[in-house]
Design a protein around this ligand. Structure first.
Ligand code: DX5
Ligand code: ZN
Length: 215
């Protein structure tokens, strides 16, 4: 069954408690947390002081997506949130193998994220070591952008790479996920869908999450 990870970036920051209660009641599998540094991506989101409060309120596993340079510096902070999954960008890690091992040594799951222009084939030598690959279906930095259709081919290709190598990595997709793109992603082989504005800006977010779970 498809996993749904609503993205906090689209939540109502003037009443996070209400949105966290909605997430806790909902069928969401994880909560996706987008950390931006204004360097790796052209935007700044929120940092650890906010995440600590969210971690206290949220009963779902935390899926942390670090859009920052030198993400390895923050492995202890992410671990201390009680995070389930830590995603680092391929493009931000010249020593990716080491970073993946360091994340896994803490007991967290390790995810590797690819920007839209980064080929899936570059993962050939790390795919057996990772718990998840996050394919960006928009250029990271902002919510509410349009889905890049080529992502569907990347999901197919990643699925083939996972099968051929015997990897157990999950395939996650992030950006522009909605009622039109989600069924195509499930059909292509995605395991986890991140969804920000489609859930939080909908009139009935819990029902929107429920309908995504039916795909
Ligand atoms: C983009 C973030 C996404 C974003 C998705 O940089 O990584 O997680 O919140 O937002 P939507 O679903 O609105 O495209
Ligand atoms: Zn994200």
């Amino acid at each position: 069954m498809i996993k749904i990870a609503p993205s906090l970036l689209a939540a109502n920051f003037s009443n996070l408690q209400a949105d966290m209660e909605m997430i806790n009641r909902s069928e969401a599998d994880w909560l996706h947390l987008d950390v931006m540094d204004g360097v790796f991506v052209p935007n700044i989101s929120f940092g650890f002081p906010v995440l600590k409060h969210v971690a206290k309120l949220c009963q779902k596993p935390l899926d942390v997506h670090l859009m920052i340079v030198n993400p390895e510096k923050f492995i202890p902070e992410v671990k201390s949130l009680g995070a389930y999954m830590m995603n680092v960008h391929y493009e931000a890690c010249p020593h990716l193998h080491r970073v993946v091992q360091q994340i896994k040594e803490t007991g967290m799951k390790a995810g590797v994220t690819l920007n839209p222009a980064t080929p899936v084939a570059l993962l050939a030598d790390i795919i057996r070591d990772v718990d998840m690959v996050l394919l960006m279906s928009v250029n990271p930095g902002f919510g509410g952008q349009k889905f890049i259709p080529h992502t569907l081919e990347k999901v197919w290709e990643l699925k083939r790479l996972i099968e051929h190598t015997g990897s157990s990595a999950l395939i996650q997709v992030d950006g522009g996920v909605n009622h039109e793109t989600a069924p195509l992603l499930v059909e292509a082989g995605a395991d986890v869908l991140v969804t920000g504005s489609y859930v939080f800006k909908s009139a009935h977010p819990e029902e929107t999450i429920h309908s995504l779970k039916q795909l």
